[in-house]
Design a protein around this ligand. Structure first.
Ligand code: AGP
Length: 609
């Protein structure tokens, strides 16, 4: 959701900005722009649409030439996607790019209008540019002072890259809530919404904290607090290399990331297993702490919430601890019954999802302990939680989450095993057995990926559908939710997931030959019941795709297509069964010709509520 890149160095700045922005495309955007110092003057180029539209415009009208500047991809909030609403926005001496939302922009705009300022866009961002500009004029040209004064007035979330016409070859950066890093190269420095944007130039970076202001020059970057005192920052090194953020021969990031799942699971679980037993002690989780929790709440959004649904079934079954799963945007506003003795688990790939972050803060206020399961290192959720388990999926670029979900559920399993042991609900031998099975899942996933052509054939039968149902029971239902989300977000085919036993209570009236049903039936205890539900929809004309075990050979009246899975422990089947659901969604989208990695209207990292 909005991407920021800034550069000061010796390279062609416009090229660096465009390249960096292209690596942030996955965040979602609908317009783009850059501002570059050309012969000590700020030149702006911006355009509605994709980066290719901006590049084309610059080919026609001239590309700003210079070695310092800022760039932005905008995901519209205030004002439609258009050239005039695209960033950068300017006051008379100040030009900036912004990620986030200024909540009090109306009041600030009224003030600025009252002192004679005029506006050229409908955005909240232009208000920030004018406000900094106002203070800059008032203090006769001190950039940091102007920024600090404006920061004190701004409410909401922001990451800002700012340039001042009077200070060529310098870039200023600051943030509150929205992420921003400062990259340090040799004779060059960068700002970026995340490290993937600059990996091909440097892996060294500072994490900018709220209330810090970075001043970038060719010689590096200095970071100051609000009193203009320099802060010594720890230089971090990204452990991802540039290839992790490239397609590596795959046509889309999504299919690359689906294939990365076996490795991602191994990398995530291996350091958390000692002598065959789960060991989350490096994450601040001990058996004593676990034994004390009386109730668990999993709070997250979208796919991450679906991982929480799998976690609920697994934890309740194994550890006999009550688990509530909440959508973060609901949790934060419904006065949840959470308090001391409760553990609130926040799951997030990006670690920056605004609602999940707010839910984390609320849980802490209410006296609960918090555990974050996060993929993005150093993100806000990772930093604010009491305990932290990083998933090691590497960068996930496709908007549709696949490998992040896989490692989130892998972590939920490890957590459930250790919790169940700590609670005395399973013995050591059972814990060891389950852990060993979890370690087998990467090889099982590899084998399933070899059947991807079969998933593509199934997808081919779905592309004409307007609407689909996903059904399952128990863990298969939890999984159906994820399968359904995956399909709709990238193929634009409407779909819903339903608990198979709930169909008869209304939804079965939708079933016709035009409503395919994807039925997930892997749980042996519930198997016959799910098959009965499948027969009910089949009898009403639905085309049925069955995702089930190889060992089950369907009768004639059960399924039109089957995707078979190896026989494996019931409890761990979601790790395997999600793969065909991801592949079916992927190939359906490819066959429909949608923008698979960057589906319309979606942003990878939802940093506004
Ligand atoms: C799923 O494919 C989506 N990208 C979306 O549902 C995502 O899982 C959700 O926005 C939560 O994001 P997070 O994991 O970064 O918090």
């Amino acid at each position: 959701m909005c991407g920021i890149v800034g550069y000061v160095g010796k390279r062609d700045c416009a090229d660096v900005l465009l390249d960096g922005l292209s690596r942030l495309e996955y965040r979602g955007y609908d317009s783009a722009g850059i501002a570059v110092f050309e012969n000590d003057e700020i030149k702006v180029a911006k355009s509605k649409g994709r980066l290719a539209d901006l590049a084309e415009k610059m080919r026609r009208e001239g590309k700003p030439q210079g070695c310092a500047g800022i760039g932005h991809t905008r995901w519209a909030t205030h004002g439609e996607p258009s050239d005039r609403n695209s960033h950068p926005h300017s006051g008379s001496r100040v030009t900036l790019v912004h990620n986030g939302i200024i909540e009090n922009y109306k009041r600030l705009k009224d003030f600025l209008l009252s002192v004679g300022r005029t506006f050229a866009s409908d955005t909240d961002t232009e208000v920030v540019a004018q406000l900094i500009d106002y203070y800059y004029e008032e203090n006769h040209g001190n950039p940091v002072d102007a920024i600090v004064k404006a920061m004190k007035e701004l409410e909401g979330s922001y990451a800002l890259g700012v340039i001042f016409a009077d200070f060529p070859d310098m870039v200023y950066a600051l943030r509150k809530e929205s992420p921003l890093i400062v990259g340090i190269g040799e004779d060059e420095s960068f700002i970026a919404s995340d490290v993937t944007a600059i990996l091909q130039y440097t892996r060294n970076y500072y994490l900018l904290e709220p209330g810090e202001i970075a001043v970038l020059t060719r010689r590096g970057a200095k970071v100051y607090d609000l009193h203009y005192q320099q802060i010594e920052k720890e230089l971090k090194t990204a452990d991802w290399d540039v290839s992790a953020a490239e397609k590596g021969g795959y046509p889309h990031f999504m299919i690359k990331e689906i294939h990365e799942q076996p490795t991602a699971v191994k990398t995530t679980i291996t350091p958390r297993i000692t002598d065959g037993m789960p060991d989350l002690s490096e994450c601040g989780i001990t058996p004593e702490k676990l034994a004390a929790f009386r109730r668990i709440h999993v709070v997250a959004c979208g796919t991450a919430m679906h991982a929480g649904m799998v976690g609920k079934y697994v934890i309740e079954k194994l550890a006999k601890v009550e688990v509530n799963v909440d959508i973060a945007s609901e949790f934060r506003y419904r006065e949840p019954l959470v308090g001391e003795g409760d553990l609130v688990i926040i799951i997030s790939q990006s670690g920056e999802t605004a609602d999940s972050l707010a839910a984390l803060r609320l849980a802490k206020e209410l006296g609960a302990k918090t555990l974050a399961i996060v993929n993005a290192k150093g993100s806000s959720i990772a930093r604010e939680a009491d305990m932290l388990i990083y998933t090691h999926a590497g960068p996930e670029i496709a908007v549709a989450s696949t490998k992040a979900y896989m490692v989130q559920i892998a972590v939920m399993y490890l957590f459930a095993f250790e919790l169940a042991l700590a609670k005395g609900a399973i013995d050591e031998a059972e814990c060891r057995r389950l852990t060993a099975l979890l370690q087998e899942t990467p090889a099982q996933i590899e084998a399933i990926l070899e059947q991807k052509d079969h998933a593509a054939q199934i997808a081919n039968t779905l592309i004409t559908a307007d609407s689909l149902l996903y059904i399952g029971r128990g863990l298969d239902y939890a999984l159906s939710m994820e399968g359904s989300l995956k399909l709709k977000e990238i193929s634009y085919i409407h779909s819903e997931s339903y608990a198979a036993g709930e169909l008869k209570h209304g939804t079965i009236s939708l079933i016709t030959e035009n409503m395919p049903v994807i039925a997930v039936a892997t749980q042996q205890k519930l198997f016959d019941k799910t098959i009965s539900n499948i027969k009910e929809v089949k009898a009403r004309g639905a085309k049925v795709v069955l995702v089930s075990r190889d060992s089950y050979v369907p009768e004639k009246d059960v399924a039109d297509f089957k995707f078979g899975l190896p026989d494996f422990e019931d409890l761990l089947m979601p790790m395997l069964a999600v793969v065909p659901l991801q592949l079916i969604a992927y190939y359906t989208a490819v066959l429909k010709g949608t923008d698979v990695d960057k589906p319309r209207n979606l942003a990878k990292s939802v940093t506004v509520e």
